[in-house]
Design a binder for this molecule. Structure first.
Ligand code: NAP
Length: 286
């Protein structure tokens, strides 16, 4: 029951109305019997400083940060974890003993979660896209000991920015999406991860629903596992095409829950979080 003692957690982003975080977090909070609720707060760029500084003055215990604020929030935090600093992206804040924001990033753990039971040591991988999520994915692939990580992007500027985050990483190769080497790399790859938002829309022509269009995927074969970070829809055009080619597929749901569970554990000083309760809540909702 919500009473006058109830505190809250919140997601800050713009837009937030599509987010599934309140569904899974409120299910977990109820299961754990905590006097906390989780809400989504839309926040424009121009209001970010005011909103973040105001929330630390009231009964808000923690925040998730999403698009477009993950990089912009740094100056508003007093403590930043090494992983958030390295990736230049923050997705979780909590109030510390001095009533200031401590910050971290739980996306790397979230990304790795569905891959942990598979052995990818010394294998080859491809990452599509060079935005915020690509940084966590690359770090995750480095942690999993992939021997080769090729990042393919349409955008030379964001690719150059990304390169700066991973100095001295000899396993990484960076290519533009028209590169002639791509069909061979796709044929040989053990894991391909889509971090572009292409596939979130279910209507439109193939260029709008399949990353880099149909020809890009001609050499994909059943040895490759295809991981799409998109969780809504749960089966994107890319995952449908990959299944037809006999590939193992992974959607973004497990990552969503695992990064959320890690945030909840951070807010509650290491409490064991019920992954399955969160998963069931999402399945029922979707
Ligand atoms: P972002 O920072 O905007 O990066 C998106 C990347 O995709 C950019 O490199 C962008 O290129 C590229 N891109 C966009 N449209 C494209 C197109 N039509 N063709 C080729 N490349 C295109 O976004 P993000 O934060 O990384 O998020 C990306 C996706 O991951 C979203 O769908 C998000 O929902 C998902 N995600 C899921 C989870 C999860 O828990 N499952 C967590 C984080 C993110 P430009 O630089 O040229 O725009």
């Amino acid at each position: 029951m919500i009473t006058s003692k109830t505190s809250f957690l919140a997601l800050i982003g713009n837009p937030v109305s599509h987010s599934l975080s309140p569904i899974m977090h409120n299910a977990a909070l109820k299961y754990l019997g905590l006097d906390l609720i989780y809400i989504a707060i839309p926040c424009k760029d121009k209001d970010l400083k005011l909103v973040i500084n105001s929330l630390k003055k009231i009964n808000c215990k923690g925040l998730n940060i999403t698009i477009p604020h993950k990089q912009k929030i740094f100056d508003l935090c007093s403590e930043i974890s090494p992983i958030a600093n390295k990736l230049k992206a923050i997705n979780t804040l909590k109030i510390n003993d001095y009533k200031e924001w401590s910050a971290t990033n739980t996306d790397v753990d979230g990304f790795i979660y569905p891959l942990k039971s598979l052995n990818f040591s010394k294998k080859e991988s491809i990452v599509l896209g060079s935005g915020g999520a690509a940084r966590s994915v690359i770090q995750g692939l480095v942690n999993l000991n992939f021997s080769k990580i090729t990042i393919i992007s349409r955008n030379v500027n964001s690719l150059n920015e990304l390169i700066k985050n991973f100095p001295n990483q000899t396993k990484l190769n960076f290519l533009l999406s028209k590169d002639k080497k791509i069909p061979e790399l796709i044929e040989e790859s053990d894991l391909i991860v889509n971090t572009t938002p292409v596939g979130m829309k279910t209507y439109g022509n193939v260029e709008q629903t399949l990353p880099f269009g149909e020809n890009f995927w001609t050499s994909l074969n059943s040895k490759t596992t295809v991981y799409d970070l998109i969780y809504n829809p749960t089966q994107t055009q890319l995952l449908k095409l990959s299944e037809k080619k006999g590939c193992m597929t992974i959607n973004g749901i497990q990552m969503l829950i695992a990064q959320g569970a890690k945030s909840l554990s951070y807010w509650t000083e290491g409490l064991e979080v019920p992954f399955e309760v969160m998963h069931e809540a999402l399945k029922k909702y979707l």
